[in-house]
Design a protein around this ligand. Structure first.
Ligand code: UDP
Ligand code: MG
Length: 472
């Protein structure tokens, strides 16, 4: 808006040519680059003025200058303001720095003095840094999620088939949030029933996963107020995944949506999910379009985890938790998976069927605190890997081979040193470190074997996933 006003101002004073020139990315790069250099020099001079040594001053100006130029180039030159790009920007700048030194040294050899070489070197360095940043750092990717979102919003199909819907909500100590969740879900159901999108027989199933607070009392109250609310009480806490299964297997409907109780997932997306279902999709995944509201730690670990699973060959939907729609047929197929170690996010893509995704913004928890502390998160993460991939077992073999070859080389080296070089026998470090190292590798390997062994142990018992104490 502001920029448009500025350009209108420039047009009225007859400076159209200036706008045209500014549309050339390289020109903007030159202008912003000059300002950046001025800024770095300003920081350098200021630090000197404040009494720091020139080494400290130049280091400070280098660091601030790099951050400043990343920000300004992203914003004004390449118009791509994604902060994660900084990780690519930094190595690029190190390369550019060495390139500059190389050019200057060549110019010095030809016979220029240091000042001349520095001045001439600016030209190739600028061209090089422009290219490097354009192609490596600020490269624009196709913004797929955004397109998908607009697609959903604009081309919403008008198929009203009176779908019989069930919404399954696992709840563990959720008394703080449940009244609000129930209010919003009922309002959503009513609006979907009014437009004929879902049938009057549609239900909400709350699964109480052995809560120790008033959750079950609340659920029974909801049921008295409105019979379309149902409740399933498990005999004790069995964890989110099992509570979810209890709901899925006991809900009767054409389409079943699972959603967390804490209102982190945008419930309005359920409408889109049903449209997709009516188009013939049997699984509709709710995928977060961004993780901006998550902490840096959660975002970073989640991304690392998805990458790791991909490497290990586990087929996961990126940024999808357990917010999804499934047809009754898919849920029936899920019954066939009798494994005790359950990782639904991995199993469902494994089922096949016609699937699609809808995107939404994930919010912070509405009330109460997360029931997934770090320890449970790590357990779920390990579950995901060990129940879908045997790669860690194979890695042990590779680690064993590498360590053995390494020690063999070490033996050769010691023998060679002793008889040919007459060198002194290596000290205790070289004999003690490998002992610790190999000890560590062995313990790790045994631990991984134990993980799989414990899985087999649990599977052979074939215990039920959950026990229902009461249903309403
Ligand atoms: N939950 C459950 N059993 C548990 C832990 C969690 O049923 O042992 C439910 C919880 O009530 C919520 C959902 O699983 O509806 C997700 O939990 P939470 O929101 O605490 O996880 P986060 O979003 O922090 O990963
Ligand atoms: Mg949550």
């Amino acid at each position: 808006m502001v920029i448009r006003n500025k350009s209108r101002f420039l047009k009225t004073v007859g400076l159209n040519w200036f706008i045209d020139i500014l549309n050339i990315q390289f020109i903007r790069f030159l202008i912003v680059g000059t300002i950046n250099t001025g800024f770095s020099y300003g920081v350098y001079a200021l630090l000197l003025f404040l009494g720091s040594q020139y080494q400290i001053a130049s280091l400070g100006s280098l660091i601030l200058g790099i951050v400043f130029s990343f920000k300004t180039q992203g914003k004004y030159v390449f118009k791509n303001v994604d902060n994660t790009l900084f990780l690519r920007f930094l190595p690029c700048w190190i390369i550019i720095y060495f390139f500059n030194i190389y050019i200057i040294s060549k110019l010095l050899l030809i016979g220029f003095d240091a000042y001349q070489a520095g001045a001439i070197g600016i030209i190739p360095t600028t061209l090089f840094s422009y290219g490097l940043q354009k192609w490596i750092v600020f490269k624009k990717h196709k913004a797929l999620p955004v397109n998908e979102i607009t697609l959903i919003k604009t081309n919403q199909p008008k198929l009203f088939m009176n779908t019989h819907l069930a919404i399954v909500v696992p709840c563990y100590n959720e008394e703080d949030v449940l009244p609000e969740t129930n209010r919003r879900l009922l309002a959503l159901m009513a609006s979907m029933q009014n437009t004929g999108l879902i049938s009057e027989a549609s239900r909400i199933y709350y699964v109480d996963d052995g809560s120790r607070d008033n959750t079950w009392q609340l659920i029974t109250d909801f049921n008295k107020e409105n019979p379309c609310v149902r409740g399933i009480k498990l005999s004790r806490n069995r964890g989110h995944q099992n509570a979810l299964l209890a709901g899925l297997f006991n809900a009767e409907a054409d389409a079943i949506v699972s959603i967390d109780a804490d209102l982190q997932d945008d419930i309005n997306v359920i409408k889109d999910m049903i449209h997709r279902f009516n188009e013939g999709h049997e699984i509709v995944y709710g995928v977060r379009s961004s993780r901006k509201k998550d902490s840096f730690f959660k975002r970073f670990t989640a991304q690392f985890y998805y990458r790791l699973l991909k490497i290990m060959g586990v087929d996961l939907i990126y940024n999808h938790a357990d917010y999804r729609l499934m047809s009754q047929r898919v849920v029936d197929c899920l019954r066939g998976y009798r494994e005790v170690n359950l990782f639904l996010r991995g199993i469902i893509p494994h089922l096949g069927f016609r699937a699609t995704t809808v995107f939404y913004e994930r919010n912070a928890r509405f009330a109460g605190e997360s029931k997934y502390p770090l320890s449970k998160m790590l357990a779920l993460a390990a579950e995901g890997i060990t129940s879908f991939s045997v790669m860690p077992l194979r890695m042990i073999t590779w680690l064993g081979i590498i360590v053995s070859v390494g020690s063999l080389l070490m033996v050769i080296w010691i023998v060679f040193g002793k008889y040919y070089l007459q060198a002194t026998i290596p000290g205790w470090a070289s004999s003690v470190i490998p002992i610790y190292f190999i000890g560590g590798v062995q313990l790790l390997s045994i631990g991984i074997l134990g993980e799989y062994l414990s899985k087999i142990y649990m599977e052979t018992k074939q215990r039920p996933h959950y026990l229902i104490e009461e249903t309403i």
